[in-house]
Structure formats: C-alpha cells, structure tokens
Design a protein around this ligand. Structure first.
Ligand code: GLU
Length: 447
C-alpha cells in the first residue's frame, strides 16, 4: 500500500469529506508498515475495500413540532463493514451530522469493535436533528419518525444501533417502542442501550466512562504511577463524562474541570454524588449549558464563559464531548501546565496536531477507539444477554467490561511498543483492530 496514492484516490472520490479523510489517513499511516508485510492483503485489495462502506441509507425524516409546524430533517445509517459480525454502532443526533461525519465515525467503529474481540461489525447513523431546546414530546415524535424509515434495515443479526451524542436512554426507549410497533416483533437485539427491565444491561450507561478510566488506570500504572490524587480535566457533561467522573473519583482521582459548549466549570475539592446526579439532569434538560452546575453548586464550581477545560491545570486530560475538540494549542497549554497523560474518550476528540504535540512531549496518549471501546463492548454484552434471555448482575457486567478493557490495553501495548520501549497507543490500537478485520475479510473471500 502507498498511503498517499490511496488518499489521493479517496479525496478525488469524496471531495470535502474532511473528517472521514482525516480518520482514514490516521489509520493507514499507522498500519502501513505492518500491512506491507502481508502480500495477501495487497492481493485482495483489503485497504481499497475497507475504506468504502458496504452501503449507506439516507432518508427524509418528517415530524410535527409543539407549535404544529412541520419539520424536515435528514436521517442516515452507514453500514460500513460486517466482516466480524452484524453492523454495530451508535446513532448521533446533532445539527452538524452529515454523511462525512458518519462515515468517519463508522470507519472508526470497525476497528474499535474489532478491539473488543466480540463479534461486532462497524456502523454508525444519526440525523441533523438538534435536541437542544426540544420538549420531551418533540423528542418522542422525532424518534418515531426516524424509526419509520430505519426499522427495515436493523435487527439483531443485521444491524444494531445504540446511542451516541444526543441519543441516550430516553431516545433509545422511544426508538425501540416505535421499532417494536412497526416491525411487530420484540427483537431486543435490534437496539442496545435499552433500559434495564425491558432488555437493557445493567452498567451500559456507565460503561464508556468506566471503561475509559480502566484504560487510563493501566496507562498510569505502566509508568509506575497511580490514579490516587491525580487531577483530571474532562470536557462534556453527558453520559460519558458522567461515568468517567464517577469511576475516576472512586479510584481516588480528583475532577478539577468539566466543560460544555458555553464554557468551563472549575471544580474545587472534587466532585460528589449530588454533582454526578446533577450531570444527568443537565443532560436530560436539553439546555446544553455547563453553567448550570455552577448555579446549582456555587461553593464547588466556578464558571468561566467561553473557555475550555484545557485551561485548567491538571495531570490527566480526557476529552469526552465531540470530535476535534482538543486543538494543538490546547495540547500545548496542557503540556505547559504539566499534564502527564492524555486519553481521548470522544471519537477523534483530539486534532492531529494535538496528538503529535502530546507524542513529541513524551505524554502517553490513548486514542478514542481504544479508550472509549467499553461502551460498545457492553452493548455487545447486552446483545449476549438478550440472545440468552438472561440478566447479569452489575458486578458481572463490570467484571467483563474490566477484562475487555484490560485485553484492549494489552493489545495496544503488544502492537504499539516501540524500539525505545515507549508505547505508541495510536499505532497499537490501529494495527490490532485492523488485523482482526483484515484476516476475517481474507477468510471470507472477495465479496
Ligand atoms: N456510540 C458509541 C460508540 O461510539 C456506542 C456504540 C454502541 O454501543 O453500539 O462506540
């Protein structure tokens, strides 16, 4: 494979799809050396095949808002690669959603799902619907309208969507209710992230954040260090940041910042249970304002408008909100302030310049597809429970999640250890994720 040739070809076919092209370039550049040791990959054109989705569904979603006005949105499902199993990946509701964004996320999902070692193919979907400011009834009507189109293309053995940005337990409930009614079957494996009691798995809401902290815990231990007393800055206040904040606090770390689109809350004395619970309320309110944390807990949280979490001095930076949210200048500020570790929890949360800056400064950097894989892994465990008509306890799920994250960490070390003994986690995750998919594609023939 020659990365530049492949990228030039892809850029010509997909002009302007920058996030998708950025994601592909990162994977190809890091796997190139290993790939070229395998003439069978080149002969079967694995890379040329893997960069194009199997198919993309794009559809109109029409619904009526609370004022009686008709609203029109676009809906998508990208079914990217099914070498390892039925398509699996979240649904994102956000005004910036477009085909390029979902292709980048779907592409990343292939390798993330591969890292979990579960039988999960890669997919992603969503809509440019903006949940901010919407009432509960509007959210429900939108989810029902979205499912009117999507239902035919999903199912336990076909494609199993879950939540992502803007899609949490409430939305999955409305989506599943509509699916069940239209498809006329209670096929619980058709969606994950369901609530406990009607097919959901305990620990799924916490899983992405918990898993990320399990991974960071290993990064820290690798350096003979411990999470105890470490100061952590997080961006976001959704499910992912919520889980990470709780697990990090439980393991003795201190959350010093959380941020939102409006600014940052600097936290003194760490976060407590009341504050964790309030994060859920903030998310459910659809106001999308982190300032509300400072209004509710004025003695603990100090709000500054227009600033990111990365201005706060910390030992560990964990972007948990959106892609490209941590720029090169943010990384440089974190480094100048003495950051010791960086772990991307949002998919592609760090811009390429930020990753390069961390790596050049010798800061261990964990990439999103490995760090945040605990979410989809627990979705895989939810599907297992659905298929077997069983419910594992929270401890059982947590144990399995912890083991999966440890195994992912070990894979990243195995494939990412460099001659100087340092670990390139980005390279390790990409090679490990890619090899499993490529070998499956070879075994399944040219199709
Ligand atoms: N949206 C999450 C992710 O990016 C979860 C996907 C899932 O559980 O299927 O991995």
């Amino acid at each position: 494979m020659k990365v530049n040739e492949i990228m030039a070809n892809l850029e010509a076919k997909h002009p302007g799809e920058n996030e998708y092209l950025q994601a592909v370039r990162e994977v190809l550049e890091t796997i190139e050396e290993e790939y070229n040791k395998h003439p069978e990959f080149e002969a079967a054109k694995i890379v040329e095949r893997i960069v194009e989705p199997d198919r993309i569904f794009k559809f109109r979603v029409v619904w009526v808002d609370d004022k009686g006005q008709t609203q029109v949105n676009l809906g998508y499902r990208v079914q990217f690669n099914a070498a390892l199993g039925a398509y699996k990946g979240g649904l994102r509701f956000h005004p910036k959603v477009n085909e390029s964004m979902l292709k980048f996320l779907g592409f990343e999902q292939i390798f993330k799902n591969s890292l979990t070692n579960l039988p999960l193919g890669g997919g992603k979907g969503g809509s440019d619907f903006d949940p901010v400011g919407k009432s509960d009834a509007e959210i429900m009507r939108f989810c029902q309208a979205f499912m009117y189109e999507l239902w035919r293309n999903i199912g336990a053995d076909q494609d199993s969507p879950a939540g992502d940005v803007g899609v949490g337990g409430r939305e999955i409930g409305y989506l599943y209710g509509a699916y069940k009614k239209i498809a006329r079957e209670h096929s619980t494996g058709a969606l994950t992230g369901k609530s406990y009691g009607w097919g959901g798995s305990l620990m799924r809401p916490e899983a992405t954040g918990f898993g990320a902290v399990y991974y960071v815990d290993r990064m820290v231990k690798q350096n003979g260090d411990t999470l105890k007393g470490k100061k952590i800055a997080l961006s976001g206040f959704g499910n992912v940041a919520w889980g990470a904040a709780q697990k990090a606090t439980e393991l003795g770390a201190e959350i010093v910042a959380i941020s939102g689109p409006d600014g940052v809350c600097e936290i003194s004395g760490g976060m407590n249970q009341e504050m964790f619970d309030y994060m859920l309320e903030m998310r459910a309110s659809n106001h999308n304002k982190v300032e509300e944390m400072a209004q509710k807990f004025p003695a603990k949280a100090k709000f500054t408008a227009g600033k990111k979490a990365w201005v706060v001095k910390c030992d560990i930076a964990m972007p948990c909100a959106f892609q490209n949210e941590l720029a090169e200048e943010d990384a440089k500020m974190l480094i100048a302030n003495g950051v010791k570790y960086a772990a991307e929890v949002s998919n592609m949360g760090c811009q390429p310049g930020a990753i390069a800056a961390f790596q050049a400064a010798g800061i261990p950097f964990g990439p999103g597809k490995a760090v945040n894989a605990g979410g989809v892994a627990t979705s895989g465990l939810e599907i297992c429970q659905n298929a077997g008509h069983i419910n594992w306890t929270a401890e059982e799920v947590d144990q399995k999640l912890h083991k999966i994250m440890n195994d992912i960490y070990d894979l990243c070390v195995k494939y990412g250890k460099q001659a100087d003994g340092k670990i390139n986690y980005v390279k390790g995750a990409n090679i490990a994720g890619f090899m499993r998919v490529a070998n499956a594609m070879i075994a399944q023939g040219i199709i």
